[in-house]
Design a protein around this ligand. Structure first.
Ligand code: ATP
Length: 147
């Protein structure tokens, strides 16, 4: 079966706390889900530029790309001109160090944006593939053990 293929890019924005912990920013979608910020790559735009632009627009945060994370892929149905069209999306994620900005300045299309300690973010994230992305970030920034 054919599917419309889309490419998005986004990021895991993190900041270190004074106590040796790590916090990451999640967005609450209008559908009531907690997710990573991301958006469609525009024509002629690099994955990195898209990721930084979408993170800035959706979360109100300025960040710097410090690494590449594993991409995720999923399929979904979307209504287009009265017809259900199957979509296949690949999302490239980047690890991003927080630089400036406030989550209070988030996009009005996003319900909420909050910083969560990374363990809480892993539990809160609504999509299993994004929980895996966060789990790998945790291992990368804190090591695979506890604390
Ligand atoms: P984008 O942010 O890339 O511009 P969008 O907000 O238009 O995209 P998606 O976030 O891809 O659209 O959501 C389209 C559908 O896919 C929704 O039904 C959503 O619940 C689902 N979806 C979003 N992210 C994931 C994911 N990581 N795993 C599985 N399904 C997902």
């Amino acid at each position: 079966m054919t599917a419309r293929f889309q490419i998005s890019a986004g990021g895991v924005v993190f900041r270190r706390t004074g106590e040796g912990g790590v916090e990451v920013a999640l967005i609450a979608t209008p559908g009531g889900r907690w997710a990573l910020p991301k958006g469609l790559v525009e024509k002629g735009e690099s994955l990195e530029s898209t990721a930084l632009r979408e993170v800035q627009e959706e979360t109100g945060l300025e960040a710097e790309i410090v690494g590449r994370l594993d991409p995720i892929e999923y399929w979904y149905w979307w209504q287009e001109e009265g017809q259900k069209v199957r979509h296949h999306k690949k999302v490239y994620f980047f690890l991003m160090a927080y630089r400036s900005g406030d989550v209070a300045d988030h996009d009005f299309e996003v319900e909420d944006v909050r910083w969560f300690p990374i363990d809480e973010a892993i539990q809160k994230a609504s999509y299993p593939l994004e929980r895996q992305v966060l789990q790998r970030v945790r291992e990368r920034l804190l090591g695979s053990g506890e604390g």
